[in-house]
Design a protein around this ligand. Structure first.
Ligand SMILES: *[C@@H]1O[C@H](CO)[C@@H](O)[C@H](O)[C@H]1NC(C)=O
Ligand SMILES: *[C@@H]1O[C@H](CO)[C@@H](O)[C@H](O)[C@H]1NC(C)=O
Ligand SMILES: [Zn+2]
Length: 580
């Protein structure tokens, strides 16, 4: 345990008293306690009880309730209503409808905070619009663009530049941009586009880079990005602290109480551990280890952690199979339909992937492999299957998998044979539902009709595997109601439409129900992080995290759901966001 969080938690009862003293007890009165156990009695006195018009608990034996009590940051009781439990009648009418705190099963915390601090190019539809945004940003942030502090942005897509890759010269927007250091991430963060000043730092001749591409002068994809990143002054610890804090404030506004951070380096893990004990840290983070050198084995640089306050967990590692579909980087069994000369590229070979999976699993880490193309997914499943055989030589691989909980991150395009293997082994898919609706405009041209229909962006087909749903923020907006909408309708949460401009939805046979979408953002990510019983449900002993809404979420039609906003977000029994 870090000393900071130990200190914080030993002071917690005092803080709680101070909190109650400051804000007053909620609108209820707890009955005198009868337990003889003195310790219980003391805690009951400090328990606060909250009652609402309705509470969806996602707890099997009591799916709907009206009140719960919280003590020491956890739910200590959940009860149907106050009458049956003898709480005195409330003086004020109860308002608000509660669901468990929401979890994003795959996002990037610091990158999200960094995005909030940089040029947001998501949703831009032309090169002119990109240039306007850059000019506007420079007016507000004239200090950026130096060699020490590059001007950063994210969200461009060459599909909006008439399909042509941008080039460094495009960033010479006017005289004020002439010597600026600019680095802009593609919408999928698998390519960067940089200015001439940045290019001037690089060697004159850059040879072939395995697993990387330089499709235009100024654009670097996948492994080729490292050539540039070597010269990029990484944000300081202080900046990262601000990124984390700002990101968490935004996430809390969206009802998000927890996230799986899909790749955190050893030094950032140490920073997280330190920050998780401060009261700025209001989102629970389940971090996947990413070694300083991707796709390596670095157990000595990291350790498994669960802080006492439950705000920070480390028990998994992230490996990377391939790149993204948008930049033809995902590794395919057959060539791309719209680029027959290429079938994408693997970032690691099968031998290494299998060895790393086994090495990490033997160290007790859950292994989560980034796999988008059907070849990468196949190799990930091969690696898991082989590891399970070694880990449980006499056992059933499915039971063994329940212990190790290997995950495929993205699980986007999976050959039907491999979908079956995933089901047989119980491999957990970690799916970002808005990736389907963001990619649906071009996926079919990349993959052709048959592969799209049988392999791409499965959701309902994979439901028995309890998919973990997420957004991959900042690649997509972090709004979980939009993610639920995308999964329930297979239509864009931005426009409400499918690729044909209609309301049918893109391959609507893969839509999932409201209940399954909600599970995908609550109890499934809890299970996918070994946090079942602790997160994702309103249940005795679980972290007291919940979201208050104006109306019962399940009663909203999908169009209202995608626009829904939260009234309050509570983490560990503390209100961390209240709609003004
Ligand atoms: C796989 O990659 C590793 C590390 O890059 C390399 O040492 C090994 O020779 C490769 N194996 C095969 C079969 O290509
Ligand atoms: C369609 O794709 C599946 C695998 O995704 C393949 O097995 C099948 O042969 C393909 N059918 C045609 C007509 O190409
Ligand atoms: Zn990601």
């Amino acid at each position: 345990m870090p000393s900071v969080s130990t200190l914080f938690w030993s002071a917690y009862p005092l803080l709680l008293i101070a909190f109650i003293y400051q804000v007053g007890l909620p609108n209820f009165i707890v009955r005198p306690v009868t337990e003889s156990n003195a310790f219980n009695t003391v805690w009951k006195l400090f328990a606060t009880t909250h009652c609402y018009a309705s509470i969806t608990t996602l707890k099997a034996d009591l799916p709907q309730a009206q009140c719960f009590s919280v003590s020491n940051g956890k739910f200590s009781r959940v009860f149907r209503d106050e009458v049956s439990n003898g709480i005195q009648k409330l003086e004020r009418p109860r308002a608000g409808h509660v669901i468990p705190g929401l979890w994003d099963g795959h996002g990037h915390l610091l990158q999200y905070g960094e995005l909030l601090d940089s040029v947001n190019l998501f949703g831009t539809t032309s090169m002119d619009e990109v240039k306007q945004k850059l000019v506007g940003y420079m007016k507000e942030r004239p200090e950026t663009g130096t060699q020490k502090q590059w001007l950063r942005g994210v969200g461009w897509d060459q599909a909006n530049f008439n399909g042509a890759w941008p080039v460094a010269n495009d960033l010479e927007i006017d005289d004020s941009f002439k010597d600026l250091y600019v680095m802009l991430d593609r919408v999928d963060v698998h390519c960067i586009w940089v200015s001439n000043s940045v290019l001037s730092l690089l060697p004159k001749n850059i040879g072939d880079i395995p697993g990387g591409e330089i499709p235009a002068k100024g654009v670097f994809c996948d492994n080729a990005m490292d050539v540039v990143l070597e010269h990029y002054q990484k944000p300081s610890k202080e900046q990262k602290r601000t990124f984390a804090k700002n990101a968490m404030l935004e996430l809390n506004k969206l009802g998000i109480v927890g996230m799986h951070d899909a790749g955190v380096t050893p030094s950032d893990l140490r920073l997280y551990e330190e920050l998780s004990g401060t009261d700025e840290w209001n989102v629970r983070v389940n971090a996947m280890v990413e070694c300083d050198v991707r796709n390596t084995f670095c157990p000595d640089d990291v350790k498994q952690i669960t802080t006492l306050n439950g705000k920070f967990h480390v028990r998994s590692v992230k490996l990377f199979g391939d790149g993204a579909l948008g930049s033809w980087g995902s590794a395919m069994i057959e060539p791309y339909t719209d680029k027959p000369s290429s079938s994408g590229s693997l970032l690691v070979n099968a031998t290494t992937l299998s060895r790393l999976t086994l090495d990490w699993a033997k160290e007790g880490y859950q292994v989560n492999i980034h796999a988008i193309g059907d070849l990468a997914n196949r190799l990930a499943i091969d690696a898991f299957e082989a590891a399970l055989k070694v880990l449980c030589p006499n056992g059933n691989s499915r039971n063994c998998q329940a212990k190790h909980r290997f995950r495929v991150e993205h699980a986007q395009i999976i050959h039907p044979d491999d979908q079956q293997r995933m089901q047989d082994l119980g491999i957990i898919p970690s799916i970002q539902s808005t990736h389907a609706t963001s990619d649906m405009g071009y996926a079919e041209s990349r993959l052709g009709a048959n592969r799209t229909k049988t392999e791409a962006y499965r959701m309902r087909s994979l439901l028995p595997l309890r998919p973990v749903l997420g957004s991959d923020f900042p690649v997509e907006p972090a709004n979980i109601f939009e993610g639920m909408y995308a999964a329930m309708t297979r239509r864009s949460p931005r426009t409400g439409l499918d690729p044909r401009g209609g309301k049918v939805g893109w391959y609507p046979e893969e839509t999932i129900s409201f209940e399954d979408a909600l599970k995908g953002f609550t109890i499934n990510p809890a299970y996918g992080a070994f946090l079942e019983g602790k997160a994702g449900a309103i249940d005795m002993g679980a972290y007291a995290d919940w979201v208050v809404l104006d109306e019962p979420l399940r009663d909203l039609d999908p169009e209202s759901l995608r626009m829904a906003t939260v009234r309050e977000t509570w983490v560990g029994g503390k209100c961390v966001y209240k709609r003004p």
